[in-house]
Design a protein around this ligand. Structure first.
Ligand code: PLP
Length: 384
């Protein structure tokens, strides 16, 4: 029998729509007009988009001309990860999102940057990757390293990595999708030649995202060509409503970030203390700096898909933290890159709190998690 009350703990997959975003979205949806039209209706939509652009730019410490709106982070990352005159080779962190791993167009001109056991790209691995390239190619490199991982929450040492990228004259692409609202964004932007954000991860609607360029924007090419929208960086009629909702959500997420990081950290610590009491359970990346909202737990010997169903029936929306198609969880490339064997990598559960998570949700999860995990344990199942 399904549980009466639901507890949503999958905010890294998508988070609930913020009321401010909903209001901005509805106001723009109620209006008509194409932002490229000269008439009053069109110019009102243009105004909404340009207000949103100024807002996003201000939050990132850049100018409005540096912001390109896209349909989401996947499109933004696909756009940036194309070979150009300036970028002939791609260095890719081993734990990057599929939008980059499978979405880049560099063919074989790719070097995967290995991560340590805690999931961090090391400066040594970046130095080695540069050293392995012929001298003439070293400044024609695009280095893509995420700010924080969606499965484990592990934060990358971007200050140190960016210093190496800069010294080599290469470019740095930062996927800040999971960092937004959880870490300060302007310091990340200061390191990046291009930074990527997604609306639905910060409490805006799906269907919008942004590329924010640093000083080297001429090094990148558009992906979608046609009309002259977005300063010829991204053709196609803008999704004014989603863009307005996105900017409103990001503004609130950024304003609340310091207090929210502390609040989420308390929820996560409370939950992780409950997990630590479960025999055999392991928290992934626990010795690294992590996002305040994310926990990846290995329940050894328990297939993630079974656990997900048991938690769902009990009223908890969790994630396997790995690729899940047709209900079958495959080993997470993030965990295998961190050195976990396939069986362990298939037993990972991700719990991610967000702006609408409450203490009550955390308490319910702390009470249910050990009980459900122990009921699923191989010993228990075999004894039954
Ligand atoms: N990058 C990271 C780290 C993500 O977690 C996600 C979504 O899960 C994406 C990129 C893709 O974002 P979008 O859903 O906006 O395409």
């Amino acid at each position: 029998m399904a549980a009466a009350s639901r507890h949503y703990c999958d905010h890294n997959a998508t988070t609930e729509l913020r009321p401010v975003a909903k209001a901005a979205l509805i106001a723009a949806l109620d209006a008509t007009g194409n932002a490229s039209s000269v008439h009053t209706e069109g110019q009102r939509q243009r105004g909404r988009i340009e207000d949103a652009r100024r807002l996003v730019a201000r939050l990132l410490g850049r100018g409005p001309a540096d912001v390109t709106f896209t349909s989401g982070a996947t499109e933004a990352l696909n756009t940036l990860a194309q070979p150009t005159e300036a970028h002939r080779h791609l260095f890719l962190g081993a734990t990057e999102h599929a939008a980059l791993r499978d979405g880049h167009r560099f063919g074989d001109a790719v070097t995967i940057l290995p991560v340590d056991n805690e999931g961090r790209v090391t400066t040594a691995s970046l130095d080695e990757a540069f050293a392995a390239l012929p001298d003439a190619q070293r400044n024609a490199v695009l280095v893509a390293v995420q700010a924080a991982n969606n499965e484990t929450g592990v934060i990358q040492p971007l200050d140190a990595l960016a210093a190496i990228v800069k010294a080599r004259g290469a470019s740095l692409l930062v996927d800040a999708v999971q960092a937004a609202g959880r870490l300060p964004l302007a310091p990340l932007m200061a390191l990046a030649d291009a930074l990527v954000l997604s609306s639905h991860k910060v409490g805006g609607p799906a269907g919008a995202g942004a590329i924010v360029y640093g000083t080297q924007d001429a090094r990148f090419l558009p992906l979608i060509r046609g009309g002259g929208q977005e300063r010829r960086r991204r053709a196609g009629t803008e999704n004014a409503a989603a863009i307005a909702g996105f900017a409103a959500a990001l503004e609130q997420a950024a304003a609340e970030q310091p207090a929210e990081a502390a609040r989420l950290n308390t929820l996560r610590e409370t939950f992780e203390n409950a997990v630590r009491a479960i025999p055999g359970a392991m928290i992934v990346g626990q010795n690294a700096e992590r996002l305040p909202n994310t926990t990846c737990v290995l329940l050894r010997g328990i297939a993630a898909e079974k656990a997900l169903i048991a938690f769902d029936i009990a009223g908890f929306a969790l994630s396997s933290g790995s690729a899940c198609s047709s209900g079958k969880v495959t080993a997470s490339h993030v965990l295998t890159a961190m050195g976990f064997d396939t069986a362990s990598a298939r037993s990972a559960l991700r719990i991610s709190f967000g702006w609408s998570s409450t203490e009550a949700t955390c308490e319910a999860l702390c009470a249910a998690f050990p009980r459900i995990a122990q009921n699923l344990s191989p010993e228990k199942v075999h004894a039954a």
